[in-house]
Design a protein around this ligand. Structure first.
Ligand SMILES: Cc1cc2nc3c(=O)[nH]c(=O)nc-3n(C[C@H](O)[C@H](O)[C@H](O)COP(=O)(O)OP(=O)(O)OC[C@H]3O[C@@H](n4cnc5c(N)ncnc54)[C@H](O)[C@@H]3O)c2cc1C
Length: 394
């Protein structure tokens, strides 16, 4: 089996690396950590996303007519890996990474022309409104309703744990359109402008001390009928499509893990303990070697998912495996990183004295939550057990 990228793909990787080196000063390298950005930082994130959009890279594999370059899934993977490695701040994940490809799969021509080009240009921030106070893993049980009224649907209900709720221009959401139908068959999927009257967003402070999560209230929110993605009452299938793409965006995690590992290697070579570089400590070396194996494995699992998508296959348990292993590894690497760095690893994210701007401590707190987002570890293991291993459902 040949694991190498093609010459063209390697050339593309170098092009992205050169661009990032030129356009992203080291002082601006900053992973977007769950809502912890100041307004000024967010402005930079927006501008930088537009620059990436101008290159055509954030939607590289889309058809040209909707703003893409008709590149490959592998190029998209390379782009995601490299931008994450360089901690390039981006706000396009929910759009070009998740709902955009879902619109490509289920949207009408009018929806594709209306929603996709601004996404591909990096102009809009899309947020995901699925979870409700009593329905997270059981995402088909949601109660928020959308009732048909003339040319519109009128939405009422509450969503919660919505990432970047305060920054969203548009949201994609699940609603109940047939309360009498079995729960998976009465859902519909809507695309909603966050400026629509009747929407209220309230921040919830997370453990980084940032307004990462939000509650979003819908009070008689009127959405044009043409904003329904897919058929009425077929929203479950559309939502499943978003999740398969969400799990396919894991290349970013692989890139950011590789960066933390490289940073830790640099740190241990420079930091001294008892007059010796920390890198000479046998325990530290063992830990770093273990991390390197995990990072490599996480990367290969992601490559398989993206390769399958490129072949027109739909990864199911393979995506769950990649997500679960990647998320656990991502948390693990930050945890071990804080240990290796001693008290410097305990310094707050963005603290001036913290090595690497406190990114490792920031990741430690941030990555714990990532284990839950997009499906908890138990749900991923259940998918592995049933679809992957063929075990009976309980
Ligand atoms: C960082 C972060 C960002 C998020 N961003 C968003 C967002 O942008 N939009 C959005 O809609 N949601 C978002 N969420 C919410 C996320 O999707 C839910 O937290 C997740 O689906 C779990 O739902 P829950 O919190 O209601 O937990 P529950 O579903 O109530 O689960 C509680 C516990 O029970 C376990 N459990 C539940 N059902 C089963 C089962 N069948 N078998 C075994 N164990 C089970 C779970 O694994 C978990 O440990 C985010 C969450 C996090 C942490």
């Amino acid at each position: 089996m040949d694991f190498r990228f093609s010459d063209d793909e390697e050339a593309f990787r170098r092009e992205v690396q050169d661009f990032l080196k030129r356009e992203l000063p080291q002082s601006q390298e900053r992973a977007v950590i769950h809502g912890g950005e100041t307004d000024e930082e967010w402005e930079f994130t927006k501008q930088f996303t537009r620059k990436l959009g101008e290159k055509g890279w954030i939607a590289i594999w889309w058809p040209r007519e909707y703003g893409g370059l008709e590149g490959s899934d592998m190029e998209y993977l390379i782009f995601n890996e490299e931008t994450a490695y360089r901690r390039a701040p981006r706000m396009d994940g929910g759009g070009t990474g998740i709902v955009g490809p879902t619109i490509l799969a289920h949207g009408t021509e009018e929806q594709k022309k209306r929603f996709l080009p601004p996404m591909a240009r990096g102009e809009v921030m899309w947020i995901q409104c699925f979870s409700e106070p009593d329905f997270g893993s059981d995402s088909a049980g949601i109660k928020t309703t959308a009732v048909e009224d003339g040319d519109s649907y009128v939405i009422n209900g509450q969503k919660t744990w919505i990432s970047f709720g305060l920054r969203g221009d548009f949201c994609y959401m699940t609603t109940r359109t047939d309360p009498e139908a079995p729960k998976h068959r009465g859902l519909s999927f809507l695309l909603v402008d966050m400026k629509t009257p009747g929407i209220t967003v309230r921040p919830i402070t997370n453990m980084i001390g940032a307004d990462g999560f939000c509650e979003v209230y819908f009070d008689n929110v009127r959405v044009p009928r043409e904003n329904m993605l897919g058929e009425k009452n077929q929203g479950w299938m559309v939502m499943m499509t978003t999740l398969s793409f969400e799990r396919g965006t894991l290349a970013s995690i692989a890139g950011s893990m590789r960066r933390i590992l490289d940073d830790l290697v640099v740190f241990t070579k420079e930091a001294r303990y008892n007059g010796q570089p920390l890198a000479k400590d046998p325990l530290v070396r063992q830990k770093l070697a273990d991390l390197a194996i995990g990072v490599h494995m996480a990367r290969l699992l992601v490559y398989r998912v993206v390769w399958m998508q490129g072949q027109g296959l739909i990864p199911t348990y393979q995506a769950s495996m990649a997500k679960l292993f990647g998320d656990e590894m991502n948390f693990n690497i930050a945890r071990v990183g804080t240990e290796i760095m001693g008290l410097y690893g305990q310094l707050a994210w963005k603290s001036k004295k913290a090595p690497f701007n406190g990114e490792i401590a920031g990741n430690y707190l941030n990555n714990l939550g990532c284990l839950f987002a997009g499906g908890t570890p138990e749900i991923q293991r259940t998918i592995m057990a049933t679809i992957g291993l063929g075990l009976p459902r309980r």
